[in-house]
Design a protein around this ligand. Structure first.
Ligand SMILES: [Zn+2]
Ligand SMILES: [Zn+2]
Length: 369
């Protein structure tokens, strides 16, 4: 074949190479990973303005951060509205939050605390009725930090088979077959470790557990907030309700780490977490545990950690056939802090590297003509 630059095939291959490079995200013009907090559409992005705030400060909008601490149980609800003053109660609340998330306990709104607070997370509170359900009073390496809801509610010991129905899907574009497959895989994670088993039923009346997608306020006092922020919530046994924020950029199949949206969230990962609540687990302070409250966008995290397994087996007994937890590489399921952002950027860089390799291969093919 002629090596003319005007060869249509050669031009086509060059165009493919150019597109392969152009569509791959994540690297700035300088070639450095483009790590930035997920701010667009994030309902909590204004928290970044409070960096360095401490006891005695007064800042406009600080009441919104108190609302956040109140929502997740760290501050009692005020008689009227929260004010913008960083008072002693707020300092105590932030200390508890920092303990729960394994952060340095400063009582101040330092950068790492704010980054954690802006991360997308589960809507279930970390502190219920003034008692932290997260057992991080003293974080000891290797200690189990799983928790239960107050009163330790669970499904009756005699009830080993639970049925679930996917009931409210009008607000999601994900098709029914895909949803069934995703939730079946998520339930299987917990069935493997316990003597429980789960089956889908089409009839809501037959279901112990109901799963649905909802937007904004949906009648249970726990309204959703649009993309990011609160992703989902589920109720403790034996309520059985599991609600997902319909406004999230859910990814129900494929590799979430290369999703086009920075705010893409892996549906199966969130489902595994919420099923933990449906079965009676509260939040864990172990960052690698499924029951840790935050999750990184564009990250898949579906493997139960030993903390989750010990917690659930203490409630329901263990499955003798359970093969134990799969050790996961340290970077595969990290949480929503700067380390996670770096891990995400790394995975995006990998796709970029793949793109560069593709372009190089195409150049070689062209050379050989
Ligand atoms: Zn949760
Ligand atoms: Zn709800």
């Amino acid at each position: 074949m002629a090596t003319s630059t005007s060869s249509p095939l050669r031009l086509l291959l060059l165009a493919v190479a150019a597109v392969a490079l152009a569509v791959l995200p994540g690297v700035s013009a300088a070639g450095l990973p483009d790590i930035k907090p997920l701010l667009s559409g994030n309902p909590w992005s204004a928290f970044q303005n409070f960096s360095g705030c401490h006891f005695g400060d007064q800042r406009q909008g600080l009441a919104k951060l108190k609302d956040y601490l109140g929502h997740f149980g760290y501050l009692p609800k005020p008689p009227t509205k929260f004010n913008d003053i960083f008072d002693a109660d707020m300092e105590t609340a932030i200390r508890t939050y920092q303990q729960n998330f394994g952060l340095e306990v400063t009582g101040q709104l330092d950068a790492s605390t704010l980054a954690k607070m802006m991360a997308p997370r589960c809507g279930v509170a970390d502190v219920i009725n003034g008692t932290s359900t997260m057992a991080a009073k003293t974080v000891v390496k290797g200690r189990n930090l799983y928790s239960y809801f107050p009163g330790q509610p669970s499904w009756p010991r005699s009830k080993k088979s639970l049925r679930y129905a996917i009931t409210a899907t009008s607000q999601t574009t994900i098709d029914g077959a895909t949803l069934s497959a995703v939730f079946a895989r998520a339930f299987a994670r917990w069935a493997e470790a316990t003597t429980l088993n789960f089956t889908e039923t089409a009839r809501e009346a037959d279901a112990d557990i109901t799963i649905g997608f909802y937007g904004g306020d949906h009648g249970d006092g726990e309204g959703f907030d649009g993309p990011l922020g609160t992703l989902a919530h589920a109720f403790s046994p034996t309520d059985g309700r599991f609600h997902l924020d319909a406004a999230e950029a859910w990814v129900a199949g494929g590799d979430v780490s290369v999703a086009s949206s920075e705010a893409a969230v892996d549906l199966e990962s969130v489902a595994v977490h919420e099923i933990g609540h449906l079965l009676g687990l509260g939040h864990s302070s172990v960052e690698g545990a499924i029951m840790y409250p935050t999750i990184t966008s564009r990250t898949r995290k579906v493997d139960l950690a030993s903390d989750d397994v010990v917690g659930i087996q203490s409630l329901y007994g263990g499955n003798p056939d359970f093969k134990g937890v799969t050790p996961t590489p340290a970077t595969s399921s990290r949480e929503m802090d700067s380390g996670a952002a770096a891990a995400g950027a790394l995975s995006r860089m990998s796709s970029r590297v793949a793109g560069v390799a593709l372009a190089a291969w195409l150049a070689l093919v062209l050379e050989s003509w």
